[in-house]
Design a protein around this ligand. Sequence first.
Ligand code: HEM
Length: 224
Amino acid sequence: MTNVVTRAGESLSARLKAATRDEHERTESSSFIVDLVGGRLDRDAYAALLGQSYLFYAVLEQAGETWRDDPVVGPFVSDALVREAALAADLSWLRGAGWRDTLTPLPATRRYVDRLRAVCFDSPSAFLAHHYTRYLGDLSGGQIIRHHLRTHYGLTEDGVRFYTFDQVGKPKLFKDGYRGLLDALPWGADEQDRLMAEANEAFRLNRAVFDDLGQANGAGPTPS
Ligand code: HEM
């Protein structure tokens, strides 16, 4: 596979990371996330995060199924990443058998799900933007979050299966492979730009969910 070198002379994976750096920084500084990893929330707040996550992962992963055999974005769709069953297991453990009845989408989750439905089933770059933002995040900051969940909330296996990628092996190697796939995409500048724009949108949608969760669970105000 030949790597597509972009206009700026950088690989697409490097450009995507650079293009989303500001949004990433704002997102990881969301007060809900900061308070969660700082041990200032409780298991209920964490379960609320998983509940909202279940609602948007279900749609993202439905979209993934429709792209599985696509020659361009199909290779990104990996069973090792799929989170729906892990989220269901965590929620069942944290909330009990009736956990599904406790799921109510927050306004920002509705907007996120609406956006996923609107773009991820038709546009390969939009699908990939949302796929990248969540799964590479889960394999990166998600592993840091998991460590804090263990330290502050006593969660080791049950309840944190969402952050446990049993079939991924070493996250770094997996992420390197993912970046290799990004760099081999046969897309021209316009599609690459659409990928980056939608990835930034994905970060904003995630941040809005964290902000709603923060308000609902007593996290401090998000710094502007
Ligand atoms: C406690 C919160 C977080 C921390 C400490 C954190 C930290 C990090 C770190 C250190 C990396 C670099 C990993 C590497 O180069 O291999 C990374 C990458 C990434 N994070 Fe986060 N993160 C957090 C939250 C999030 C959230 C909430 C999202 C998305 C909703 C996210 C999305 C991403 C993505 C997409 C990447 C991959 C960047 C790339 O290499 O292209 N992160 N994060």
